[in-house]
Write a protein that binds this ligand. Structure first.
Ligand code: HT7
Ligand code: ZN
Length: 869
């Protein structure tokens, strides 16, 4: 498994002027005829005349050059591709290949999902369709003709606009699509099958009428309205915020059940995991609705940030992904609650990305090397990448950022470019020095900030001393200081912001390893609201007392930081309980904490979702990431203790919260969702009380029985599945009977059982592996059962007997032959093995060794396991 290095990038020796494809879809195979016009790349210099075309798992039928069939001695084929000597500076190749979509369990290239054909070409799937220069800096206009049976493929789609269609013999027909925008092969798509669509229209700001269609299987046709609404909102938002208009006449979304990731931004023909399209109040939770809105927007936004301007090579992946995640986060913040959106985004970053950054897979936002590019669709590239964009937005301001975006499109529309090109546009448009800032792209690891405060009452001076450092990461023992925007506010004794500039919030620019910032005319010692809105992706060493945190929790005008103070306080309290348990003692709940939480509940917070967030305790997985040696059992017990005590001592408040926020009428507004979330958090607390009063149990059971929306149903079901209630089995069975024909609801049923904290969960998970709804071939099912148990059920996965570890290794070995891309993603819970006690370390290491010694191990799994060992 060779390593690919960024430094080895060379411009391609040949470029493609156009490609024309014919797909003949047959029952047990598909023949692909590709006609490609090549030209020598004038930018490549005198590079020689050898042409290499990527191609994998293909059956080559024949190859012609400038219309003449090539004899077998005129080209060479191996398992990676085909090479030949170019006959001149400009020539045409016609290549016929046979592929077998039915047997394709990898779900890249052309495959079938419930009988329908679809493609996934990012990152390197096009080479599983035909021989081609399958790299993102080769851009060409595509013409695609599809031929298939009218009976099983009444619908045949590809990128661009449909330019022809007609009848063929033997009950077959054809459709021809042309995409005029030159694009890389990873944006190619084909969909064919028995699909229905809903249709709507969008008038762009310049008055063009765009046809919008969402294609799904017939049984799902009533579930597309929310996705369509989200699409129209995203189109309007991109015009209003960035002046970006859609460019083709039609925009299509197709939902499929078998998909490796969330969705794919193929030009004009987005293919989606059905999880991010289908929703009805009875089948989808509020989080599902928000997920659909965010992912539909994300893929749509790629049309400019990714498709019109694309990546030069895969090391630049964050150029499109970090930027597009930032754009979808901002869109969702505008559509819903901005602080809640920020809290969610930061939680994802801290739980997933910080963990990655402190482990064996740590890599820069723009990696320097990889074995398998699919392993680099990571939280670092996506979420930290988005934080890097956000920091530029913070430093330059919204207007300056927009100027930078305008210049980026003016310079690079139609090109394949680098992260440096993006930063240069931002810097040039604002005449702002971002040289040091580019270290965010090249240095991995999460910086740590140490804060010390000094107040001189005589001089009325308050000073903040900030030190930054960054721990070593693989291949990077030492780091240079980052250019860090640190947003702060100072609160007076009444909790009001002291105006420290024209504004209440000031953005300090920390560039050195240590700097002191002094504020004059401060009469009394202020309370600092540090790193407002989480203005940089860093860890801050705790430096504030419980009193100060409680004060910020009650008064901070920065709503993000109010919640942050609540999390910090909760973390301190849980770790105090953990210490007590580890010392063999009885933990006690700090009264000050109880008072702060109680005050928070009664504080009249209008944003219910925000209050809900502030009340939620940090997850065990997140807390584990803060520990030097992780102790899963005591951590679980400590967190449970805090939850149980809070619930027991604030039972009246939680009961009132439940009742006040229990609305009879179902609505999908941000306010209504906020109320549902707060109500269900209250219920979760109430049911955590030791032997909850029968009245509370009855309320929970009644909610399961009578609720008409999935948010309320699964919230109750999750609590029941976690409990020892006699009715548990009966209710899980009842839910199954009701929803057995809905795969997305069945995913929830699996997740709920896999994340139950009961002792017997692993046995239950093993039983579910042979349940008819489960399949190792379907990524959603694997994620819902195996992924949920191993990555989201910290205490049970890390059970001291090591049975969870053996279970996961077995699944990874199984996936190695079915879908190694998904297999590689499943390795993640093992990557932190060095942070556990000696015995657990030993058991996890054994399993990693067992995996790495598997015969024919894929590059995907090999890379992650090898780096972990
Ligand atoms: N750009 C898309 C990435 C993607 C993908 C990558 C590897 C293998 C399968 C995949 N499916 C989709 C998704 C996105 O970020 O928008
Ligand atoms: Zn994306």
């Amino acid at each position: 498994h060779p390593t690919i290095y960024r430094k080895d990038y060379r411009v391609p020796p040949f470029i493609v002027e156009s490609i024309s494809l014919i797909f003949q879809l047959q029952d047990d195979h598909t023949d692909v005829f590709a006609t490609t016009r090549f030209r020598k790349n004038p930018d490549a210099g005198e590079e020689g005349d050898q042409l290499f075309l990527n191609g994998e798992d293909l059956e080559l039928l024949w190859i012609r050059c400038n219309s003449d069939e090539l004899a077998a001695n005129m080209y060479q084929v191996n398992e990676k591709g085909l090479s030949l000597t170019a006959p001149g500076d400009s020539f045409t190749l016609e290549i016929a290949t046979r592929i077998r979509p039915d047997a394709n369990t990898l779900l890249e290239g052309l495959y079938r999902s419930n009988g329908n054909y679809c493609t996934q070409c990012e990152a390197e799937g096009f080479r599983k369709i035909t021989y081609y220069i399958d790299r993102p800096d080769i851009l060409a206009p595509f013409t695609t003709r599809i031929e298939g049976n009218k009976s099983n493929c009444p619908v045949m789609l590809s990128n661009g606009n449909k330019v022809d269609e007609g009848e063929l013999e033997d009950g077959r027909h054809y459709a021809v699509w042309h995409d005029p925008f030159p694009k890389p092969s990873y944006l190619f798509a084909l969909v064919a099958g028995d699909l229905r669509y809903i249709e709507d229209f969008f008038t762009t700001k310049s008055g063009r009428n765009i046809c919008l269609r969402i294609y799904v299987e017939e049984r799902n046709i009533t579930k597309c309205d929310h996705a369509m609404l989200s699409l129209k909102k995203a189109m309007r938002w991109d015009e209003e915020v960035y002046g970006l208009e859609y460019d083709l006449d039609i925009f299509m979304i197709v939902a499929v059940d078998d998909f490796n990731m969330g969705a794919m931004e193929n030009k004009g023909l987005n293919v989606f995991n059905s999880k991010y399209v289908l929703a009805l109040p009875e089948t989808a939770t509020d989080n599902d609705y928000l997920g659909i809105e965010g992912v539909v927007a994300h893929e749509y936004f790629h049309n400019w940030t990714g498709n019109r301007v694309t990546c030069r090579d895969w090391f630049q992946l964050s150029l499109k992904e970090g930027l597009t995640v930032f754009r979808d986060q901002e869109f969702s913040a505008d559509m819903n609650s901005r602080p809640v959106q920020r809290i969610d985004d930061v939680r994802i970053l801290r739980t997933g990305q910080f963990r990655e950054d402190s482990g064996p897979m740590a890599h820069p936002v723009r990696p320097d090397s990889y074995v398998e590019i699919n392993n680099f669709y990571t939280s670092t590239v996506y979420n930290k990448g988005a934080e890097v964009i956000r920091m530029m937005h913070t430093l330059l301001g919204a207007e300056g950022f927009r100027k930078g975006m305008d210049l980026y499109f003016a310079r690079h529309d139609g090109q394949a470019v680098t992260c440096d090109d993006f930063v240069a546009s931002m810097a040039d448009a604002n005449d702002y020095d971002l040289d040091q800032f580019t270290r965010w792209y090249s240095q991995s690891g999460t910086p740590v900030i140490e804060v010390s405060e000094h107040f001189d009452s005589e001089k009325e001076e308050y000073s903040l001393n900030l030190k930054q450092s960054c721990p070593p990461t693989p291949g990077q023992p030492e780091k240079k200081p980052f250019h860090l925007p640190v947003a702060i506010g100072l609160l007076d004794q009444d909790g009001k912001d002291i105006r420290i500039t024209d504004d209440d919030t000031l953005v300090l620019e920390l560039k050195e390893a240590e700097e002191t910032f002094v504020f004059y005319g401060i009469e009394q010692k202020p309370v600092v609201s540090f790193l407002r809105n989480f203005s940089a992706p860093v860890r801050v060493k705790p430096f504030q007392s419980q009193e100060e945190l409680a004060f910020l929790m009650a008064h901070d005008s920065d709503l993000y930081n109010r919640c942050e103070a609540a999390f910090q306080l909760a973390e301190q309290v849980i770790f105090a309980a953990l210490e007590a348990l580890q010392a063999g003692g009885q933990p006690v709940l700090d009264d000050q904490y109880l008072t702060a939480v109680s005050a928070n509940i009664s504080g009249g917070q209008n944003d219910k979702a925000l209050l809900g967030q502030a009340l939620q305790l940090p997850s065990e997985t997140y807390l584990a990431g803060q520990m030097t040696v992780i102790d899963p059992d005591n951590l679980h017990a400590a967190r449970n203790f805090v939850k149980r005590e809070l619930a027991g001592r604030l039972i009246d408040k939680f009961t009132a919260l439940y009742l006040e926020n229990d609305e009879a009428e179902y609505q999908l507004t941000p306010e209504a969702m906020g109320k549902r979330s707060l109500k269900n958090i209250a219920l979760d607390y109430l049911m955590a009380i030791d032997a909850p009063p029968q009245e509370i149990i009855d309320r929970c059971l009644a909610q399961y029985e009578t609720a008409k929306n999935m948010t309320d149903v699964v919230s109750a079901l999750q609590i029941i599945a976690n409990s020892e209630l006699d009715v548990r089995e009966e209710i899980l069975g009842d839910f199954y009977e009701l929803w057995r024909n809905d795969p997305l609801v069945m995913d929830k049923w699996l997740i709920i059982q896999a994340t139950s904290k009961r002792q017997d969960t692993l046995d239950e998970v093993k039983r579910l592996m042979s349940h008819p709804v489960f399949s190792m071939k379907n990524p959603n099912k694997v994620r819902s059962l195996v992924g949920a148990f191993c990555a989201m059920n910290h205490v049970r996965f890390h059970d001291h007997k090591g049975l969870g570890y053996a279970f996961l290794a077995d699944r990874i070995i199984e996936l190695n032959t079915i879908n190694p891309q998904i297999g590689a993603r499943m390795v993640s819970p093992f990557t932190t093995w060095k942070k556990y006690d000696g015995e657990r370390q030993h058991m996890m290491r054994d399993q990693l060794e067992r995996i790495v010694n598997t015969e024919n191990l894929s590059g995907d799994i090999f890379e992650i396991v090898k780096k972990s060992l």
